[in-house]
Ligand binder design. Structure first.
Ligand code: ADP
Ligand code: ZN
Ligand code: MG
Length: 481
């Protein structure tokens, strides 16, 4: 049998840091970074005798996440202690939720490139606290513990093993990310670790009803490595099985440099954690009214926004899909469209050049340095004929490097389009004189020759001439020749 006879089965456990102002069980700030151990207090440093108090905002944000992913919301739930030792976990237990999660039985709809829809079921969403961070000293003096992150609230979103390819896993994760951005419960910055996924992978023969043994890669925080890791791991498992070996259920480490997975430790079972209800915290009871009120506050979700963009702005399915794939895109889109009144052009810039540049930089939409206002002005300047499309691309490059008003950029760089008839005519005559063959071609019926001449004139003016004017003037001038 070969690789093609197997299918891959994937389930994701996604951790998302909530952007509440304060931590989950104390009033320390959740802010990323800061000098080590400056965002801490006796509670999150686990001093004896301290008591946790649940931050109500955390419950609210988690319920929002649950409602936005079609989950049922538990009227009764509780916090449990998950016991394990690690130096970044000063209490030696993590306060999490075990058998009574806040949200359960949800789903997210994803769509592939061909518009084919598929539902990924969500098993549960629970709340828990993040651990601190270990900084391993580069001079070998040891490891330093930074507890700034200890107690930062997380939700963990556990999917059913419904995902069947690396691409589907990426699409599902992007969808979750965009939903959480829209409901503003997290900044979802993967590079800063506010969104990270444990990726569970198994393979089985196509047509089989039973799942194979899975391995798990923890804390993955880039789409690119998740896709690579799943592909590598699925191939590795098939190879092992084909050789007659069995797969061990274990936790693996993905190494981005070698592009391989390595065993880290055996998989632990729930019983290894000796879960029990945290006696320091009261049970969480939610009323119907409380849940209804949160439901009312939910903003427009990406699916609804997408439909509206198609309806109101006549965007294509593909464009609407792209623009709503991230709140960072759609916020820019909204403002740029309001300014330029040209939604199609705005979506084209985002989809083609902006996405390409981000891709080259290996960055996501949250790293776009310019504003919607600035992109809107760029579109306006092109529409008014102040600059050509090709100058527009150069302005966009500038917006990425040194964002400021596009009108300022073109003024400083001297990129204003030449629309002065006299100046254009001068160039046209010069180009005609230097290219008699093209003139003859055009007269002989080769319409394409005009394109070549316009190109030459653009070269001559470093892209600053108005292309429509050039086009018209070449035709007129040749007629008069
Ligand atoms: P834990 O990893 O904490 O023990 P679970 O047993 O609930 O938790 O499983 C975690 C994840 O593993 C879920 O997202 C689930 O969909 C996925 N999963 C379970 N079985 C498989 C399998 N055979 N192949 C791939 N993923 C699986
Ligand atoms: Zn604290
Ligand atoms: Mg797991």
């Amino acid at each position: 049998m070969s690789r093609e006879d197997y299918e891959v089965v994937i389930g994701l456990e996604v951790h998302c840091e909530l952007s509440t102002k304060t931590k989950i069980f104390c009033s320390c700030p959740t802010e990323f970074g800061g000098e080590p151990n400056t965002h801490c207090c006796p509670v999150c440093m686990a001093m004896p005798g301290t008591l946790p108090v649940l931050n109500e905002k955390v419950v609210e944000y988690a319920v929002k996440a649950g409602l936005a992913t079609n989950c049922k919301i538990a009227r009764n739930s509780k916090n449990d202690r998950k016991n394990y030792f690690y130096p970044d976990l000063p209490k030696s237990y993590q306060i999490s939720q075990y058998d009574m999660p806040l949200c359960y039985e949800g789903s997210v709809e994803i769509e592939d490139e061909n518009g084919e829809k598929k539902t990924i079921r969500i098993t549960r969403i629970h709340i828990e606290e993040d651990a601190g961070k270990l900084n391993h000293d580069e001079y070998g003096r040891g490891s330093f513990v930074d507890l700034n992150r200890a107690g930062v609230p997380l939700i963990e979103v556990v999917s059913e093993p419904d995902i069947r390819s690396a691409e589907e896993a990426e699409t599902y994760l992007r969808k979750l990310k965009s939903i959480f951005e829209y409901i503003q419960i997290s900044d979802c910055k993967m590079q800063e670790g506010s969104l990270r996924a444990d990726v569970n992978v198994s393979v089985r023969k196509k047509g089989s009803n039973e799942f194979g043994t899975r391995t798990e890669m923890k804390n993955m925080n880039s789409f690119r490595s998740i896709v690579r890791a799943i592909k590598y791991e699925a191939d590795r498992q098939v190879e092992e099985i084909e050789r007659g070996n069995t797969i061990t259920q274990e936790t693996l480490r993905w190494d981005d440099i070698s592009g391989k997975t390595f065993p880290m430790r055996d998989k632990e079972d729930a019983q290894d954690y000796r879960y029990f209800p945290d006696p320091d915290l009261v049970a969480i009871k939610l009323s119907d009214e409380y849940i209804e009120n949160i439901k009312k506050e939910l903003p427009e979700l990406p699916e609804v926004k997408k439909a509206r963009y198609i309806e109101d702005f006549e965007l294509s399915q593909k464009a609407a899909n792209f623009v709503t794939s991230s709140k960072y895109y759609s916020d820019i889109f909204d403002i740029a469209t309001e300014k330029s009144h040209n939604p199609k052009a705005v979506s084209n810039w985002l989809m083609s050049d902006v996405a390409r540049i981000l891709n080259e930089k290996e960055e996501e939409a949250d790293k776009i340095p310019f504003t919607g206002e600035q992109l809107g002005e760029l579109v306006e300047l092109i529409d008014k004929g102040t600059i050509s499309n090709s100058i527009g691309k150069k302005v966009l490059d500038e917006l990425f490097e040194n964002p400021k008003a596009p009108s300022k950029i073109i003024e400083e760089k001297g990129w204003i389009q030449i629309s002065d008839e006299g100046a254009i005519k001068e160039v046209v005559l010069k180009v005609l004189q230097n290219n008699p063959q093209s003139v003859a071609d055009y007269k002989g019926g080769k319409d394409k020759a005009i394109g070549f001449l316009v190109g030459q004139a653009m070269k001559e003016t470093k892209g600053k001439a108005n292309p429509q004017m050039l086009n018209k003037m070449f035709i007129d001038e040749i007629k008069n020749m």
